[in-house]
Design a binder for this molecule. Sequence first.
Ligand SMILES: Cc1ncc(COP(=O)(O)O)c(C=O)c1O
Length: 580
Amino acid sequence: MVNSKKQIKSNLEYLRKLFIMPDSPDKFIEFGHELLEMIHDFFQQKGGIHSSITLPELSEIFNQTQLPHEPMLIKDVLAEIKTKVIGHSVKVGSPYYIGHMISAIPYFMILLEMIIAALNQNQVKIETAKASSFVEREFVAWLHRLIFNRTERFYQKNIQNPRIALGNITSDGTIANLTALLVAREKAFPPKKGFSSVRAEGIDRALKQHGYTRGVILVSTRGHYSIKKAANLLGLGEDNVIEVPVDHMNKIDLKKLQKRIQALQGRGKKERAKIVAIIGIAGTTETGNVDPLKDLAAISREIGTHFHVDACWGGSALLVDEYRELLQGIEYADSVSIDAHKLLYCPMAMGIILFRSEKDLNLIKHCSRYIIRRNSVDTGRFTIEGSRPFSCLKPWAALKIIGREGYGLLFKRAQECTATLKTILEGCGNFETLNVPELFILAYRFIPEKVRIQLHTWNEQLEKHWSGKNAKELRKNIRKVNHLINALNIKLHKALRRDDTTFVSRTTLESTRYRPQKIVVLRAVLINPLTDRDILQEIVQTQNRIGLDIWREFEPVYLRIMKNSGPEKESTSLRTAEQV
Ligand SMILES: Cc1ncc(COP(=O)(O)O)c(C=O)c1O
């Protein structure tokens, strides 16, 4: 593609030709070919995952303060996209990229995206989305059945029933969670004498009329930040998202949850809290673990609150019977959110929110005079969003092309990759794995073998001498060494980003065997079917090599900690660790 950068004058005839017309497909097909080649080149490129360009250099490229005025030739703009955008995009599909909930996508998704763009349906109303509205309802019913498994009669009656919605397609998981909590908020403050609804009168009146001072949401400390965003938008306030600690498996601590509920309910007249929702997580973002959903369902039922399951990550695992036990109890949820761009292997981005009761979404139903009329069949009556693309075509087609059997193989592969990485890390000696993976996410850290063994020995001694002066000393030593290893892993993670041949992400967990101390962990998400044992070996070798290199700077501090473990020396060694 030659970058001639020819300027052209505005000309309606030329502009008209840019629009899809039955008699002018030549250029469309020509550019379509070029575009596919460009994308193909991108996939074939070797080299860094993020491209070597720096962020300041990128801001130099995209620094035009004026809007474009004269039209440019498509081929020139495509050439610009190729060099400036595609060339510097993150290769999230690379099998060496195992750091986030994103992966390679099947190539047919790109073709489906073309259909979605070409048809340009707007799902808000039947007048702009005919067959696609029916596809959406069918897809929603499939997933509803997968989770709630109500009777055949129920689905026969409701699959295309325009008076209700079993769920919505949303732009992402954040909006799916928001939709669930919006419904929960309406249910928490039902109509009564002198009060119609929260949506009409606002949260202040709702609380006052129902005799509460606050409305709260309970979720574990592993809860996704979208829950706080929702609490903010719903007028409940972010501080009213109460985070309940997790156990060593990163699952909500049920005893602590019960205690929080009792405390909230027993505060007397001055402060009365309404529990708007309890949220269970089916696949936490940081560790992929699943809450005890059955217990959470029972607790929610007992106190009469909405039970939402954030299954944005793990919900699709239900496609495979093997995972049903792990997610058992999800069928008792009032609502469940799932992301198609995660385990359904769809491109960015699409969320799904499903409600067990077909009546729930009526609580937020909206109508207007020119579209989404009261008695229309428009799906837009039930959604928070207005205009929406025909995104569900992607998972709808994927479920047919890949099938439950295919997803079963993909998840099996993901599970094997997770187990393989764990084995390789543990076999190397210089790593410590720090969670029990359930849904393809492994948390671990780099820690030179002798340090790991030392921590292990101290931990064992601590088990024998749980209290007293010795125990205090041991705890202090463990804390100091972990502090040093935290700094080491942050530095390693930054070095890996510079190296750029592989990618894992990083977080901090308070739930490891060193709890409550916060431990910096590397996080691997192993869903790319193109990743294999050899690649995982390479990734670990790279991390080990760079880790050992950095360790040379840290070792003197470690030796100093080992030598001086007295209380008066602590602050000096900690400071030194931070400086390193
Ligand atoms: C458990 C969980 N819930 C919600 C979300 C939010 O999803 P989205 O990024 O699609 O808005 C995520 C995203 O990673 C998640 O992991």
